[in-house]
Write a protein that binds this ligand. Structure first.
Ligand code: FMN
Length: 209
Protein backbone atom coordinates (compact mmCIF):
# COMPACT_ATOMS: atom_id res chain seq x y z
CA UNK A 1 0.00 0.00 0.00
CA UNK A 2 1.36 3.40 -0.87
CA UNK A 3 2.08 5.92 1.85
CA UNK A 4 -0.61 8.60 1.50
CA UNK A 5 1.80 11.33 2.65
CA UNK A 6 4.29 10.42 -0.04
CA UNK A 7 1.71 9.95 -2.79
CA UNK A 8 0.22 13.37 -1.94
CA UNK A 9 3.68 14.76 -2.59
CA UNK A 10 3.55 17.08 0.39
CA UNK A 11 6.03 15.02 2.43
CA UNK A 12 8.55 16.23 -0.11
CA UNK A 13 7.85 19.86 0.69
CA UNK A 14 9.05 22.29 3.35
CA UNK A 15 6.99 24.99 5.11
CA UNK A 16 8.40 28.39 5.98
CA UNK A 17 6.50 30.72 8.31
CA UNK A 18 7.81 34.29 8.46
CA UNK A 19 6.68 36.14 11.59
CA UNK A 20 7.23 39.75 12.61
CA UNK A 21 10.62 39.57 14.28
CA UNK A 22 13.50 41.62 12.98
CA UNK A 23 15.61 39.75 10.44
CA UNK A 24 13.25 39.18 7.51
CA UNK A 25 16.42 38.71 5.43
CA UNK A 26 16.96 35.32 7.10
CA UNK A 27 13.58 34.02 5.96
CA UNK A 28 13.87 35.43 2.45
CA UNK A 29 17.38 34.03 1.95
CA UNK A 30 16.17 30.65 3.23
CA UNK A 31 13.30 30.79 0.72
CA UNK A 32 15.77 31.58 -2.08
CA UNK A 33 18.06 28.70 -1.09
CA UNK A 34 15.19 26.20 -0.89
CA UNK A 35 13.86 27.29 -4.29
CA UNK A 36 17.36 27.01 -5.78
CA UNK A 37 17.68 23.52 -4.24
CA UNK A 38 14.50 22.50 -6.10
CA UNK A 39 12.37 22.13 -2.95
CA UNK A 40 8.63 22.68 -3.00
CA UNK A 41 7.86 25.42 -0.47
CA UNK A 42 4.69 26.33 1.44
CA UNK A 43 5.14 29.90 2.68
CA UNK A 44 3.12 31.77 5.31
CA UNK A 45 3.76 35.43 6.15
CA UNK A 46 2.15 37.05 9.20
CA UNK A 47 0.76 40.58 9.09
CA UNK A 48 3.57 41.79 11.38
CA UNK A 49 6.13 40.08 9.12
CA UNK A 50 4.80 42.05 6.15
CA UNK A 51 5.37 45.28 8.12
CA UNK A 52 8.91 44.23 9.06
CA UNK A 53 9.72 43.17 5.47
CA UNK A 54 8.62 46.63 4.28
CA UNK A 55 10.59 48.40 7.06
CA UNK A 56 13.78 46.38 6.54
CA UNK A 57 13.50 46.91 2.79
CA UNK A 58 14.37 43.40 1.63
CA UNK A 59 11.83 42.91 -1.14
CA UNK A 60 8.73 44.65 -2.37
CA UNK A 61 5.74 42.40 -1.76
CA UNK A 62 2.12 43.24 -1.04
CA UNK A 63 -1.49 42.26 -1.65
CA UNK A 64 -3.20 38.93 -1.23
CA UNK A 65 -1.32 35.66 -0.64
CA UNK A 66 -1.88 34.90 -4.35
CA UNK A 67 -0.32 38.28 -5.27
CA UNK A 68 2.68 37.61 -3.02
CA UNK A 69 3.04 34.12 -4.49
CA UNK A 70 3.26 35.66 -7.94
CA UNK A 71 5.72 38.37 -6.83
CA UNK A 72 8.01 35.98 -4.94
CA UNK A 73 7.88 33.38 -7.73
CA UNK A 74 9.21 36.07 -10.07
CA UNK A 75 11.83 37.45 -7.65
CA UNK A 76 13.28 34.02 -6.79
CA UNK A 77 12.65 32.43 -10.21
CA UNK A 78 10.62 29.56 -8.75
CA UNK A 79 9.26 26.99 -11.18
CA UNK A 80 5.49 26.95 -11.77
CA UNK A 81 3.85 25.25 -8.76
CA UNK A 82 7.07 25.23 -6.70
CA UNK A 83 6.08 28.03 -4.31
CA UNK A 84 2.72 28.30 -2.54
CA UNK A 85 1.87 31.29 -0.36
CA UNK A 86 -0.97 30.67 2.11
CA UNK A 87 -3.14 33.15 4.02
CA UNK A 88 -3.77 32.91 7.76
CA UNK A 89 -7.18 31.27 7.37
CA UNK A 90 -6.59 29.04 4.35
CA UNK A 91 -7.36 25.86 6.27
CA UNK A 92 -7.46 23.81 3.05
CA UNK A 93 -3.66 24.13 2.86
CA UNK A 94 -1.80 20.80 3.23
CA UNK A 95 0.16 22.30 6.15
CA UNK A 96 -3.04 22.29 8.25
CA UNK A 97 -3.26 18.51 8.50
CA UNK A 98 -1.02 15.67 9.56
CA UNK A 99 -2.08 13.73 6.45
CA UNK A 100 -0.57 16.34 4.14
CA UNK A 101 2.07 17.99 6.29
CA UNK A 102 5.44 18.94 4.81
CA UNK A 103 8.48 17.00 6.02
CA UNK A 104 9.77 20.05 7.89
CA UNK A 105 8.73 23.52 8.97
CA UNK A 106 10.97 26.50 9.67
CA UNK A 107 9.68 29.61 11.44
CA UNK A 108 12.14 32.25 10.28
CA UNK A 109 12.37 34.74 11.80
CA UNK A 110 10.35 33.61 14.82
CA UNK A 111 8.80 36.09 17.26
CA UNK A 112 8.42 35.52 20.97
CA UNK A 113 4.67 35.64 20.33
CA UNK A 114 4.96 32.66 17.98
CA UNK A 115 7.24 30.84 20.41
CA UNK A 116 4.46 31.16 22.99
CA UNK A 117 1.76 30.04 20.55
CA UNK A 118 3.79 26.98 19.53
CA UNK A 119 4.57 26.09 23.15
CA UNK A 120 0.88 26.26 24.03
CA UNK A 121 -0.62 24.65 20.91
CA UNK A 122 -2.99 27.55 20.27
CA UNK A 123 -3.48 26.86 16.52
CA UNK A 124 -5.40 30.11 16.10
CA UNK A 125 -4.18 30.70 12.54
CA UNK A 126 -2.67 28.58 9.77
CA UNK A 127 0.97 28.99 10.79
CA UNK A 128 0.25 28.16 14.42
CA UNK A 129 -1.77 25.14 13.30
CA UNK A 130 1.09 24.05 11.01
CA UNK A 131 3.53 24.17 13.95
CA UNK A 132 1.08 22.21 16.12
CA UNK A 133 0.80 19.60 13.35
CA UNK A 134 4.59 19.36 13.02
CA UNK A 135 4.89 18.74 16.77
CA UNK A 136 2.10 16.14 16.94
CA UNK A 137 3.45 14.33 13.87
CA UNK A 138 7.04 14.42 15.17
CA UNK A 139 8.09 16.26 12.02
CA UNK A 140 11.10 18.54 12.00
CA UNK A 141 10.24 22.01 13.38
CA UNK A 142 12.90 24.71 13.56
CA UNK A 143 12.25 28.04 15.28
CA UNK A 144 14.69 30.81 14.35
CA UNK A 145 13.87 32.92 17.39
CA UNK A 146 15.03 36.55 17.51
CA UNK A 147 14.72 38.38 20.77
CA UNK A 148 17.06 39.92 23.30
CA UNK A 149 17.17 39.92 26.27
CA UNK A 150 15.20 36.74 26.93
CA UNK A 151 12.65 36.69 29.76
CA UNK A 152 11.85 33.64 31.88
CA UNK A 153 8.65 33.30 29.80
CA UNK A 154 10.67 33.03 26.55
CA UNK A 155 13.16 30.64 28.13
CA UNK A 156 10.43 28.41 29.58
CA UNK A 157 8.60 28.29 26.23
CA UNK A 158 11.83 27.45 24.40
CA UNK A 159 12.74 24.75 26.95
CA UNK A 160 9.27 23.18 26.71
CA UNK A 161 9.52 23.07 22.91
CA UNK A 162 13.10 21.79 22.95
CA UNK A 163 11.99 18.92 25.21
CA UNK A 164 9.34 18.08 22.60
CA UNK A 165 12.05 17.78 19.93
CA UNK A 166 11.68 21.25 18.41
CA UNK A 167 14.96 22.84 17.29
CA UNK A 168 15.49 26.28 18.79
CA UNK A 169 17.96 27.85 16.37
CA UNK A 170 18.42 31.41 17.56
CA UNK A 171 19.25 34.06 15.00
CA UNK A 172 22.71 34.79 16.37
CA UNK A 173 25.44 34.58 13.74
CA UNK A 174 29.03 33.82 14.65
CA UNK A 175 31.88 36.12 13.69
CA UNK A 176 34.78 33.63 13.44
CA UNK A 177 34.32 33.39 9.65
CA UNK A 178 35.25 37.11 9.43
CA UNK A 179 32.02 38.34 7.79
CA UNK A 180 32.47 41.22 5.35
CA UNK A 181 28.81 42.04 4.78
CA UNK A 182 25.32 41.67 6.21
CA UNK A 183 24.77 38.91 3.62
CA UNK A 184 27.63 36.92 5.21
CA UNK A 185 25.93 37.20 8.62
CA UNK A 186 22.58 36.16 7.15
CA UNK A 187 24.21 33.22 5.38
CA UNK A 188 25.79 32.05 8.63
CA UNK A 189 22.35 31.51 10.14
CA UNK A 190 20.75 30.19 6.93
CA UNK A 191 23.58 27.65 6.49
CA UNK A 192 22.81 26.27 9.97
CA UNK A 193 19.12 25.97 9.07
CA UNK A 194 19.94 24.16 5.79
CA UNK A 195 22.24 21.80 7.72
CA UNK A 196 19.35 20.98 10.07
CA UNK A 197 17.15 20.30 7.03
CA UNK A 198 19.93 18.08 5.60
CA UNK A 199 20.09 20.21 2.45
CA UNK A 200 23.55 20.39 0.93
CA UNK A 201 24.92 23.91 0.86
CA UNK A 202 28.19 25.74 0.61
CA UNK A 203 27.10 29.08 2.01
CA UNK A 204 29.98 29.00 4.48
CA UNK A 205 33.36 27.31 4.69
CA UNK A 206 33.13 24.42 7.18
CA UNK A 207 34.96 24.63 10.48
CA UNK A 208 38.38 23.04 10.03
CA UNK A 209 38.39 23.44 6.23
C1 FMN B 1 10.25 46.53 13.20
C2 FMN B 1 9.75 45.51 14.18
C3 FMN B 1 10.67 44.63 14.73
C4 FMN B 1 10.24 43.66 15.65
N1 FMN B 1 11.16 42.79 16.14
C5 FMN B 1 10.77 41.79 16.95
C6 FMN B 1 11.71 40.81 17.35
O1 FMN B 1 12.89 40.84 16.99
N2 FMN B 1 11.27 39.78 18.11
C7 FMN B 1 9.96 39.69 18.51
O2 FMN B 1 9.62 38.72 19.19
N3 FMN B 1 9.04 40.62 18.14
C8 FMN B 1 9.41 41.66 17.37
N4 FMN B 1 8.50 42.61 16.95
C9 FMN B 1 7.12 42.56 17.50
C10 FMN B 1 6.23 41.56 16.76
O3 FMN B 1 6.14 41.92 15.38
C11 FMN B 1 4.83 41.56 17.40
O4 FMN B 1 4.90 40.95 18.69
C12 FMN B 1 3.78 40.84 16.58
O5 FMN B 1 2.55 40.86 17.28
C13 FMN B 1 4.16 39.41 16.28
O6 FMN B 1 3.15 38.80 15.52
P1 FMN B 1 3.45 37.48 14.67
O7 FMN B 1 4.14 36.53 15.58
O8 FMN B 1 2.07 37.03 14.26
O9 FMN B 1 4.24 37.89 13.49
C14 FMN B 1 8.88 43.59 16.04
C15 FMN B 1 7.97 44.49 15.46
C16 FMN B 1 8.40 45.44 14.55
C17 FMN B 1 7.40 46.37 13.94
Amino acid sequence: MSNSKNSAGTKDSIAIAMTGASGAAYGLRLLQCLVNAGEQVHLMISKAAQIVIAMEGNVNISGTPADMQQQLTKIYKAKPGQLHVWGKEQWASPVASGSGAPRAMVVCPCTSAFLSAAANGTSSDLMERAADVAIKENNKLILVHRETPLSAIHLENALKLSRLGVTILSANPGFYQKPESISDLVDFVVARILDQLEIKNDLLPRWGE
